[in-house]
Design a protein around this ligand. Sequence first.
Ligand code: 3PG
Length: 401
Amino acid sequence: SFKTLDDLDDGQRVLVRLDLNSPVEDGEVQDNRRFDRHAETVAELADREFQTVLMAHQGRPGRDTFVSLEQHADILADHIDQDVGFVADTFGDDAIAAIDDVDSGEVLLLENTRMCDEELPEEDPEVKAETEFVQTLSAEFDAYVNDAYSAAHRSHASLVGFPLVLPAYAGRVMETEYEANTAIAEKEFDGNVTMVVGGTKATDVIDVMSALDEKVDDFLLGGIAGELFLRADGYPVGHDVGDMDLFDEQWEANQAKIESMLAEHRDQISLAVDLAYEDDDENRAEIAVDEIEEKTQGFLDVGSETVMTYSPIIRESEAVFVKGALGLFEDERFSVGTVGALEAIAATDCFSVVGGGDTSRAIRMYGMTEEEFSHVSIAGGAYISALTGQELVGIEVLARE
Ligand code: 3PG
């Protein structure tokens, strides 16, 4: 297993990889939970008098979200209540000069790692370790800390190159995310294990369900994937407006897998008994799935009856894992399924991990707190990889002797 900050002597020069990848609206970086969480690691390093230099990425080249990290430095500074310096360079002379100026207890953020050509192509850690980026920067530090659990499925230079050339440690976010997200695969639970599965990506849902069919006793379905399962069960659901392409494309791509999953694991799978949609007056309306006669509606949530069926199953579980939302919870009218499931979890003392999509946002939007759950993940793709039992390359290199 990997070493942590407990194994690192205070006061050294540390290079730290965070995941501050954030939504950007009209060029403005939006504050979000990744800042809160990483702030804990950074504040600890500052308190322990490290000379702390941070790396992170933002967006992907060619997209609107591919911007400088200058705003991130200010947002992080607010979270740790201390200045965070910024230099608009990744490993050139300006970066090296700024790094030399960092004193004990000070924090500096380097420019978006993806602005460096050697960062992105997915290559083996050994190849990444040889890049000029890794070789040049590593010469300035005593140790490397990876706190970017949510990017650990990427074989990028800033994530997998440094652990091969510097003593490497996991940050606090890395530690807690790793432990919670692998619990479903690693831990033995005596009682029932339930998984709330929703969201918009059917492939993720199928991958997660196939990987966990022996671990999970009850899968409670919702979201677009839930509708696809209903369709496989013979109900004429579907989206003839809006999301029609997404729905039909996913149906065509996944029909065979969904049908066989349903046939083999029928007793483990609960499907919605009613669904919600927007009526002509723009209000929430519900319909029992048995009464749906033709494929005319875009359904946006599971119905209240479904929540009443799912809640007792959650209440009787020893562990509950959430992967994705049961409806379009950003719109209050369609938050009933997602919030109902989360409230049922919060009301029990089961072991619970919430992640996938933007599910964690629902917790804050609807007056719950993260403390009501065992763990709320800040990871997207890495969470799915963990649930499906894949080893994350960024963690594998961290754990190498
Ligand atoms: C994320 O936001 O999920 C991670 O930062 C990974 O981002 P990526 O999918 O652009 O690699």
